[in-house]
Write a protein that binds this ligand. Structure first.
Ligand SMILES: [Zn+2]
Length: 257
């Protein structure tokens, strides 16, 4: 884990990158931010979480760090030990957790629960879609106040550019960096189930409604049809070993309170 604080004092905000070691856009975004002339109103902490996996170019070494919080300091597994240290590092701060993805239709925000702070932070990203992933166990932002963002397709240059834009927007909207950025009113998608299966080609489009009976995935002449209407989120052909992605409900927009 690599930790760096910009400015003096105790930071209230943490920018978190590389929870998945091969998702480097947060690291690039932070470096661009550091090299820019952005003016800080208060200190901000930067954490490169899974430094070992990052250096190896792996998503993780032993287990998915995003699924093992709060971790175990005495575990034999790298990410379980790391999770325990990461929890201490993030404690008491508000977290922007930056990811990239195998799935298309980025960027969007991810929250774990739709409590008032999570809704506000999702709006501070300036993005127009937010996914509530409470359905899935774990998640870094379950144990701390925060929001995650999926910035683009893995190591694309575009993902790093988007990550930098979102990072700056978020810090401005939260008043951490000088300048103005207006909060958005993102559409909320609540994940309600898995689309299971391996080896399928996803033929739908994320965030576009799939009607009852519609084909959304194919494999060797077989198809997957929707039993009931849903909105695909994080669906892709190669993203997961055992699932195509997730089924979500459309829950309207998150407006100013
Ligand atoms: Zn990730």
């Amino acid at each position: 884990m690599h930790v760096e604080t910009l400015g003096d004092g105790r930071p209230r905000y943490t920018i978190l990158a590389c929870v998945h070691g091969d998702e480097t856009c947060g690291w690039h975004a932070f470096n661009r931010f550091k090299a820019s002339d952005a003016v800080l109103n208060e200190p901000v902490k930067f954490v490169l979480a899974n430094e070992r996996a990052f250096k190896l170019g792996y998503r993780f070494c032993d287990v998915d760090l995003n699924r093992v919080m709060p971790g175990d300091a005495s575990s034999e597994k790298h990410e379980e030990r790391l999770a325990a240290r990461l929890g201490q590092e993030l404690a008491g701060t508000t977290v922007l957790d930056i990811h990239s993805s195998e799935s298309r239709k980025c960027p969007y925000a991810i929250v774990t629960g739709t409590d008032a702070p999570s809704r506000q932070l999702a709006r501070s990203t300036g993005l127009d879609r937010v996914v509530d992933m409470s359905y899935l166990p774990g998640g870094i932002t379950r144990s701390v106040t925060g929001v995650a963002v999926e910035c683009g397709y893995h190591d694309d240059e575009g993902a790093a550019t988007t990550a930098h834009r979102v990072l700056l927007h978020f810090l401005r909207a939260e008043g951490v960096v000088e300048g103005t950025a207006s909060r958005s009113s993102p559409t909320l998608f609540e994940v309600v189930g898995d689309a299971e299966g391996s080896g399928y080609t996803f033929v739908g489009e994320n965030f576009q409604r799939v009607a009852e009976g519609e084909v959304y995935a194919r494999k060797n002449g077989t198809v997957r049809r929707a039993d009931a209407p849903f909105y695909p989120v994080l669906m892709s052909t190669h993203g997961y070993a055992d699932r195509i992605g997730f089924k979500a409900q459309h829950c309207g927009r998150i407006e100013a309170e």
